[in-house]
Design a protein around this ligand. Structure first.
Ligand SMILES: Cc1cc2nc3c(=O)[nH]c(=O)nc-3n(C[C@H](O)[C@H](O)[C@H](O)COP(=O)(O)OP(=O)(O)OC[C@H]3O[C@@H](n4cnc5c(N)ncnc54)[C@H](O)[C@@H]3O)c2cc1C
Length: 438
């Protein structure tokens, strides 16, 4: 009988692991709770609006992603996208900023002159990070893991840089406050942006996952309820819920490629190392409201500072383009927390409608209907100290032949590039630990 591997989760990390394992000659089956592949990297129809479940754009510095695109021969499907500048609204003040630190910051009237001059202090750190870090693997950024990003920017540049630039940017793009995470993410990504481009696919962000899934044996609508090592150490039993019935499957190896927050409950026979690491993983959540408009608006993108009274982190007016025109309203981290605690995920639109009208007065007449999107596990939070825990667990996983392996963004980097790379790495570890006889 062939060596059997079950991969739980058909996001980019699970599909990448399965793709490489299949190429190495393993018998691979992928189990996915949803009815389609892609996890947090696909588009779905939500009450008539086409929305992203997560990732909007990829970067050409995602090495494992680029390798896959090349291997699958889908380069011609790449669609490069520009990074739009946007307005940031603070209390009583608004100013333009862009996604990556650029020369425009030197002239930003919202920053003190001393802060603008001290921006130069970031250059040696970015230069070091360009050579020292792998943006697909945060364990290479361990040296930048022992303070918060807020402390780092305050020390290097100035407190106003945190409140006026870094915090609104990270709240909007990642729903992280500058004191939630270490500077490792900023350094390991920003340093690699220069000379690279952002892109999606002509057929949508989920295209890569769809192509991968089409080459694999993926069973959809199979929700794994429990993963358990067999007592005699002979393989692993996977308990599932499919078509309303409970089923079990046995495999030699399991690759757990779910969101990291789920492994605590999913894997019931954890080793001490797994138990310890599972307790260290944190994810944030996100709430988004789409106010569908009757008329197509001009494109505008506004970020709000934490000091601003708006319950939003981002407000974007999205013109009609193969989709219904809408006002994209991303909730601020504090609002997300309140919604989570109150359990009002289905009525977030009611919570923000007044503020939306204040920023977009035409909404009163132009609103067709509103759609709420709640993402329970948005991104792993690389809080100061997390990389040390990740590093320890990664060394354990890499060096200890096992029957359960883990991959996903929380194992590498809070981006598609990291998730994909962790899937590739897990496949290589399994081949090294459990090589197939010719
Ligand atoms: C709002 C948002 C915006 C983002 N923007 C970007 C961006 O612009 N660029 C970027 O690079 N990254 C971005 N990201 C991050 C990126 O989307 C993720 O890091 C990446 O897609 C994670 O891939 P994964 O395979 O680790 O997990 P997932 O994609 O979450 O895959 C896990 C899969 O496991 C399945 N699963 C879970 N539990 C079970 C179970 N019990 N049984 C069976 N299946 C199960 C899930 O349904 C899912 O399909 C964003 C994320 C979000 C949420």
């Amino acid at each position: 009988m062939k060596f059997k591997v079950i991969v739980v989760g058909a996001g980019i990390s699970g599909l990448t692991a399965a793709y490489h394992l299949k190429n190495f000659g393993y018998d691979v089956e992928v189990l996915e709770a949803l009815d389609a592949p892609g996890g947090r990297m696909r588009q779905v129809d939500l009450c008539g609006v086409r929305v992203n479940t997560g990732a909007r754009m990829l970067f050409t510095y995602y090495k494992s992603v680029m390798e896959l695109i090349h291997a699958l021969n889908i380069e011609e499907e790449i669609e490069y996208i520009g990074m739009s500048d946007f307005v940031c609204q603070d209390r009583g003040q608004s100013y333009a900023i862009s996604f990556a630190p650029d020369a425009g910051l030197l002239f930003n009237p919202a920053l003190k002159l001393s802060t603008r001059l001290r921006l130069v202090n970031l250059l040696p750190d970015l230069l070091k990070a360009r050579f020292a870090t792998n943006p697909d693997d945060m364990t290479t950024s361990a040296y930048a893991d022992n303070e918060s990003m807020e402390e780092y920017f305050t020390r290097k540049v100035g407190a106003d840089f945190v409140s006026k630039v870094a915090n609104p940017l990270f709240r909007g793009a990642r729903s992280w406050n500058a004191n939630d995470v270490s500077p490792a993410f900023f350094l390991s990504t920003t340093a690699h942006m220069f000379g690279h481009k952002a892109f999606t696919f002509r057929q949508g962000i989920g295209y890569l996952n769809e192509v991968l899934a089409s080459k694999l044996d993926v069973k959809y609508e199979v929700s794994v309820t429990r993963i358990e090592r067999n007592l005699d150490n002979q393989g692993v039993t996977v308990h599932c819920l499919e078509n309303g019935a409970t089923t079990t499957r046995i495999a030699d190896i399991i690759v757990c490629a779910t969101e990291g927050a789920k492994i605590k409950d999913l894997v019931t026979s954890k080793s001490c190392e797994e138990e310890d690491f599972a307790g260290k993983i944190r994810y944030n959540s996100l709430g988004i409201v789409y106010h569908v408009l009757k008329n197509s608006p001009e494109h505008r993108l506004t970020f709000f500072t934490q000091n601003h009274s708006s319950p939003l982190a981002i407000l974007e007016s999205v013109p009609e383009k193969n989709n219904k025109p809408n006002l994209f309203c991303e909730l601020a981290p504090e609002t997300v927390k309140n919604v989570g605690e109150a359990g009002c995920q289905d009525t977030m639109d009611e919570l923000i409608i007044e503020d939306s009208c204040a920023h977009y007065p035409a909404l009163d007449k132009d609103l067709d209907y509103s759609v709420n999107q709640w993402i329970e596990h948005m991104l792993p939070v690389f809080y100061p100290g997390y990389i040390a825990h990740l590093d320890k667990f990664s060394v354990y996983q890499n060096s200890t032949p096992n029957s359960i392996y883990y991959c996903g963004d929380y194992m590498a980097q809070a981006l598609v590039g990291g998730a994909c790379d962790s899937g590739k790495r897990v496949a290589e570890q399994i081949r090294r630990h459990h090589g197939l006889a010719d």
